[in-house]
Unconditional design. Structure first.
Length: 187
C-alpha cells in the first residue's frame, strides 16, 4: 500500500512539474529603425509566462531577456532583464503563441503590434542609458533613434537531451520494479 502511495505521488509530481512550466515561453523579437529613417536595430529574446496574458493590459514578469542594439547614434550594446522594471504585453483577444505574433488579427479588427493599446512595451529602469518604450510597439534609444517592433516569433523549443529522457525512463522502471518486488514479498 505504501508503495502505491509513493508511486502515485512520484508520478503526480512529475506531471505537475511539467504542467506548471507549460505556459512559460521564449520569443525572439526584432525592432527596426527603418520606418523612422534610421539604421538602429534591436534583436533578442524574452521569456515570460503566457498564462498571465489574459486581460486587456498585463504587467508581465520577465523571466529572462536579452537584447542587442546596434546601428543607433547612442545606446548600442547588450541589455538584459535587469535593465527593465516592467514589460507590458496586451491583447484584447487570445493570440496564437505558436506563430508570429506581429500582425495577428484581433477580435476588434486591429492587427497585433500595429495599433495603440495592443502589443509589447518595455519600460527601462534608466531611460537615459537604456532603450525605452516611447509609445506602443516603438522604442527609443538614448540617442533618440526610434525603432518599431517588426517581429515576435516563438523560439524553437530545445530538444531534450537523450540522457535526461533515459534517466527519467530508468527511474520510472526502477520505481515500478521496486513496487512489484515489494508486492510479491508481501504476498
Amino acid at each position: 500500500m505504501k508503495n502505491k502511495i509513493f508511486l502515485t505521488i512520484a508520478i503526480a509530481f512529475l506531471f505537475n512539474s511539467t504542467i506548471a512550466q507549460a505556459e512559460v515561453k521564449t520569443f525572439n523579437f526584432t525592432w527596426s529603425g527603418e520606418s523612422f529613417s534610421n539604421t538602429a536595430t534591436a534583436t533578442g529574446f524574452v521569456t515570460f509566462d503566457t498564462a498571465f496574458v489574459t486581460g486587456p493590459l498585463q504587467d508581465i514578469s520577465i523571466l529572462d531577456l536579452s537584447m542587442t542594439v546596434s546601428g543607433a547614434s547612442a545606446g548600442n550594446g547588450i541589455y538584459s532583464e535587469s535593465d527593465y522594471f516592467s514589460m507590458w504585453f496586451t491583447s484584447p483577444s487570445p493570440l496564437d503563441f505558436s506563430s508570429e505574433l506581429i500582425g495577428q488579427t484581433l477580435s476588434n479588427g486591429d492587427l497585433f503590434g500595429r495599433s495603440a493599446g495592443n502589443g509589447f512595451v518595455l519600460f527601462a529602469a534608466n531611460e537615459w542609458t537604456t532603450p525605452n518604450t516611447s509609445s506602443w510597439n516603438t522604442m527609443k534609444t538614448p540617442g533618440n533613434d526610434q525603432m518599431l517592433i517588426t517581429s515576435i516569433t516563438p523560439a524553437t523549443a530545445p530538444v531534450p537531451e537523450p540522457d535526461s529522457s533515459a534517466m527519467l525512463l530508468t527511474g520510472l522502471v526502477v520505481m515500478g520494479f521496486m513496487a512489484r518486488r515489494r508486492r510479491n514479498t508481501q504476498v
